[in-house]
Structures are given as structure tokens and as C-alpha cells.
Design a protein around this ligand. Sequence first.
Ligand code: IPE
Ligand code: IPE
Ligand code: MG
Length: 244
Amino acid sequence: MRKQNRLPYDKERLPRHIAIIMDGNGRWAKKRHLPRQAGHKAGISALRRTIETIVELGIPVLTVYAFSTENWKRPAEEVNHLMNLLRENLHSELSDLHENNIKLNILGDLRELPAGLREELFEACQTTAGNTGLILNIALNYGGRSEIVRAAKALAQQVKDGEFSIDEINESTFGANLDTKGLPDPDLLIRTAGEMRISNFLLWQIAYTEIWVTDVLWPDFNGEVIFQAIDDYLKRNRKFGAAI
Ligand code: IPE
Ligand code: IPE
Ligand code: MG
């Protein structure tokens, strides 16, 4: 996968967390006169390749956007197909993920997912909970706004129950009530298929994330595109508001 003649990256400078908006499955299928389903299926293969490359690079956290809170607006047939595809692949890939020491984590509101998928997700997270390799976050029924509202509600409940005082609410305690609690913010956000928008992904966490957009459609995504993104990321001067 990785070109042999490529210089190894300095691990210290690599992103600790990469987030990806996996977009363009529909357009990929359309270009081939195939149903959208074919695009989603090819998208799963792209995800498998991506995970392999990220593991190879030793990047600690990968977050992928698989289904947004707004994606329920799609025709029921497509939604059902996506849910089934995720469930089937989770089932078939679980032993592989586990063998590769990958810890699976789900971001999003699981309560609204079909029961079968929810159980599969629960089992996969339980099985891999003790793994110490890549942390793989799959954002499913995820929306940044919904996540922030859920965190606000959780904090309000803790204040109401007398476990927490309003004065203790700050960026750190708020962050600890988000789905990404305990994880570093993404250093690099990749979006495929060219759209220059965030589409409700990780709104809180991307405050200082470097954004990289490619026209490559998600099913065509591969290790070489990740290297392009990382090469570009490594050239950037991250300032975090300071006068560097
Ligand atoms: C991304 O591909 C997959 C999901 C959002 C589930 P799309 O299905 O959005 O593909 P386009 O944007 O129509 O090409
Ligand atoms: C973002 O893609 C959501 C996922 C990749 C899961 P969309 O295709 O839903 O985004 P919009 O509608 O183009 O903003
Ligand atoms: Mg799309």
C-alpha cells in the first residue's frame, strides 16, 4: 500500500487524531450508472483500506462520519440499506478489528438506531474495550449540535441532582460530557468529494483542526490520498490564536 521509497514520517509530528467526512458514495455510483447502494458498498472497502493505513502509520485516533442526524431525510430504502450494511460489516469485521488491537467507539445518539444494529454495536464495543491500539470512532446518528445538546442536558441533570455546581462548568468539564470524552481533538479533518462544509460534524472539537478537502470520491479514497493530506498538514503553521 505505502510506497516503499517514501520517507518515513516523524511520528511526533503526525496528527494524533484524524477525522474524516466520508462523502461522495452516491456520485461515485452515479458516474458508473450504478445504484447508490453500490457506492455505499464500495465505501465500506475504502474504509477498510483507510483503517489499514492509519494503523500502519500508528495514528492513535481515527473518527469517521458514517451517518448524520440529518441523513434520516433520505429515502427509507437507502437508510435501511445503510443500517443493514453497517450491521453486516460490523459483524464480519469484528474479529479482524479485535485481532488488530483496535478499540471501537461509537459517537452519536444510539437510542434512535434499529435494535439489531444497536446490539451489534454494543457487542463490538464490549469485545474491543480493552484494546490498546487504534481508537476507531464511528459517528452514527451523529450530529455536532445534538451532541452539544446532550452534553448540556447531562450537565444540567448533574447540577439538578446536586452533584455539580454551575461554577464548575467550563470548557474542560463540558468536553468531558461529549461523546469524544477523554480523546484529543482532531488535528486534521479530511472531507472527500469536494464540498467545503462541515455538515454538523464535530462542531465543538474542530475549533482548531486543520481542514483538508479533496475532490476524490470516498469509494476511491486510499493510502496515497491520506499521504497527500498528511504532507499538506505537515507544511501548515498551526497558531492556535498565538502570534507565532
Ligand atoms: C456519503 O456519501 C455516505 C453517507 C452520507 C451515508 P453520499 O451518499 O452522501 O454521497 P453523495 O454525496 O450523494 O455523492
Ligand atoms: C455528511 O455527508 C455526512 C456523512 C458523510 C455521513 P452528507 O452527504 O450527508 O452531507 P451534505 O448533505 O452534502 O452536507
Ligand atoms: Mg453526500
